[in-house]
Design a binder for this molecule. Sequence first.
Ligand SMILES: [Zn+2]
Length: 201
Amino acid sequence: MEPQLIDYYNEMPSGINVIDKMNEELDDLQKKYDALEKENPKLQILFNNIEEFNQKHKEMYKEIQKTCDFYFDDNEYKYMKDYGITPRQGAHLFFTIERELYKITENKYFSHINAYEIIKPITRIFRGKKSPHWTKIYNSLTKDELKDIFFDTIKNYIEGDTRYKYAVFKCHQCGEIDYYVNGVNKCVDCCDPDSDEGSVE
Ligand SMILES: [Zn+2]
């Protein structure tokens, strides 16, 4: 998928939002993914412990941060004045998120669809001159401050809405597979409610 979208982007260097193109593809992908899910009910990635889960997601955020750093240079920042999130930022953040989700899930439909969902809040809010008060926001914040908002929005979405769609854990006490374990790898049933054993980061 990635090379096609890069070609598309190169053919349409300005004014075209790659995200809109992705949106058109999404219907088709959603159908394929639904069919896939029927065959293979639920995507579940088993993490051996909460440390492994946190480590893998820390690596994911590091890569997303790198992409943010790279595509918030002075040149891109100039275009942000008109566009909000620029086509180049949108496309490369999308590719990075998709690639990082694939590293963990090895499911290309899941990665593609969820990368789109994750980037959507930014593309909906930061529409440049089409968004109310954008010029004021743009003039008030440095490019690094804007970058912080982009990165935080992405990370927050992954933590709140994405990573528990696929993550499951093995309780170190009873051995059951569960959607949640605490900081010492115990499921809810095995947690002692009176003790403070730490929680998910
Ligand atoms: Zn347990």
